[in-house]
Design a binder for this molecule. Structure first.
Ligand SMILES: Cc1ncc(C[n+]2csc(CCOP(=O)(O)OP(=O)(O)O)c2C)c(N)n1
Ligand SMILES: [Mg+2]
Length: 464
């Protein structure tokens, strides 16, 4: 992302000018590069560098402040030529070493994540996984990188993964981490690999050279983008006798079994049943977006992403991400169904963007899982300080009425069985829609209740 921001005039800087910010300082720790254009003659140079910086290596945002008087100056300079992204390809030696490591492995697993993937890279990876019978799991919020029904898909390795998948990763003798960085979420709070020398042979493939060896010392580091790396995988040949043959089938069966049926939860609306309905009724190319909160656990466990780009969520876990993401996706893909799954607290962080959906006729369908609480935080309160609840209750609007007030479509779902009709109503309206799901706050995860968490914590003297 390249962000151009208005800045006060150059002669007013550092005089407490109205709405002045030091953009370099404010975005310095968040963006890949934050700068200001003082001289209009340098616009081509700086804008060209912005594109290269934002897209090279590990992609990231660039912020460029534009002093308003600079913008009014007239200059004559040639344009910079269009930017071409730089591919980062693995070396022959590294691919040979990978071939050897796969030849020696008994229980390999691949974890895929990060960015710089394409539909082609995802397809190439799936072919490779098939030829090698390799179980492939996705890291936190990266479920869109592989078809969930692919016979080698082992599941989501984000928050609260399938215990069988966790055991599989922990007992692997070769871990192929492609594109991801194994931060807190996928590393299960840094409990999977020893730091800095992993006890499992780690092959880390990443487009950013500075990421290789940052936390984990890889057995084999490959500085490559997933695009070029997955294409190079075609050259590798599986061992004559695949020592782990059948493991991908088992891993996939474990994945399917883990999310097959909704778990019973208190209350009449079961998010698991709704996710199962969506996975059975949405077309394969549907796009699901989400923000952050406990509700998203049901998406990762029960929904199955079929097509590249079919799941959009922030790995930073920022609430309020789902609706703007849905608007962006619907703008890019007018012909695909876009469903935003949000929590009540989550939705209200950016719910006013519903006006934009109405303005631009973007028929996104927003599900608001209304449990009347900041569920994640309440769960932590009950776990760490049982019964000491503070500032996690929400006073919510009538979300369906909210949709109507903006000129959209709204429906209320009081029990799971009402959901299909509400969804059909939203589709038939052709309008941006909100489906208000009345969820019982006790249903805090697919397998735990708030009261259960509190009682367990009390029984342990206040600590889980
Ligand atoms: C912008 C932002 N603010 C705060 C948080 C911390 N946070 C994580 S989950 C959560 C509560 C989510 O509540 P809700 O959307 O209602 O979902 P629920 O957990 O109830 O399903 C909070 C406050 C965050 N992740 N992002
Ligand atoms: Mg909530």
């Amino acid at each position: 992302m390249i962000v151009f921001v208005g800045q006060v005039g150059r002669e007013m800087r550092e005089r407490e000018a109205f709405q002045e910010l030091d953009y370099r300082a404010v975005f310095g720790t968040m963006a890949k590069w934050a700068t200001e254009i003082d001289d209009p003659l340098r616009i081509p140079e700086i804008v060209s560098r912005a594109f290269h910086t934002a897209c090279n290596g590990r992609p990231g945002p660039v912020v460029i402040a534009l002093p308003e008087d600079m913008l009014r100056e007239r200059v004559s300079v040639p344009d910079a030529t269009a930017f071409t992204p730089v591919e980062i390809s693995p070396g022959k030696d590294e691919m040979n070493r990978l071939q050897d490591l796969l030849g020696q492995a008994k229980r390999p697993v691949a974890l895929i994540g990060g960015s710089r993937w394409t539909e082609g890279a995802s397809a190439a990876l799936m072919k490779f996984a098939e030829r090698f019978s390799l179980p492939v799991a996705t890291t936190f919020r990266r479920g869109h990188l592989i078809d969930a029904t692919h016979p080698c898909y082992a599941g989501d390795f984000g928050i609260g993964p399938n215990p069988k998948l966790l055991a599989r990763v922990k007992s692997a003798d070769l871990l192929l981490l492609i594109g991801g960085r194994f931060g807190e979420m996928p590393s299960q709070s840094y409990s999977v690999l020893d730091i800095p020398e992993p006890q499992i042979k780690l092959v880390h493939v990443h487009p950013g050279a500075e990421e290789l060896g940052r936390v984990y010392h890889p057995y084999l580091a490959i500085n490559a983008a997933p695009t070029a790396f997955c294409s190079a995988l075609q050259e590798l040949q599986p061992p004559k006798q695949i020592a782990w043959r059948g493991e991908s089938d088992t891993a996939h069966a474990d994945y399917l079994a883990w999310g097959e049926k909704a778990t019973p939860v208190p209350g009449k609306v079961n998010l698991g049943e709704i996710m199962v309905w969506l996975r059975e009724n949405l077309p394969a190319d549907a796009i699901v977006t989400q923000g952050a909160g406990n509700f998203s656990g049901w998406v990762h466990r029960f929904y199955r992403v079929r097509k590249f780009g079919g799941l959009v969520g922030a790995t930073s876990g920022s609430m309020g991400y789902g609706l703007p993401a849905a608007l962006a996706m619907q703008t890019l893909h007018r012909d695909r169904i876009v469903v935003c799954v949000s929590g009540d607290g989550d939705f209200l962080m950016t719910g006013q963007d519903f006006a934009t959906a109405v303005q631009y006729k973007l028929p996104v369908i927003v599900l608001v899982a209304d449990n009347g609480i900041y569920g994640t935080i309440r769960m932590h309160q009950e776990r760490e300080y049982p019964g000491r609840v503070i500032a996690t209750d929400l006073r919510n609007p009538d979300f369906a009425g909210y949709a109507l007030a903006f000129g959209g479509y709204g429906a209320v779902v009081e029990k799971s069985a009402d959901f299909p009709a509400a969804f059909a109503g939203a589709r038939a309206s052709g309008k941006p829609s909100i489906i208000h799901l009345k969820v019982d706050p006790e249903a805090i995860t697919p397998t735990a209740t708030l009261t259960g968490i509190r009682e367990k914590s009390l029984a342990n003297g206040g600590k889980s």
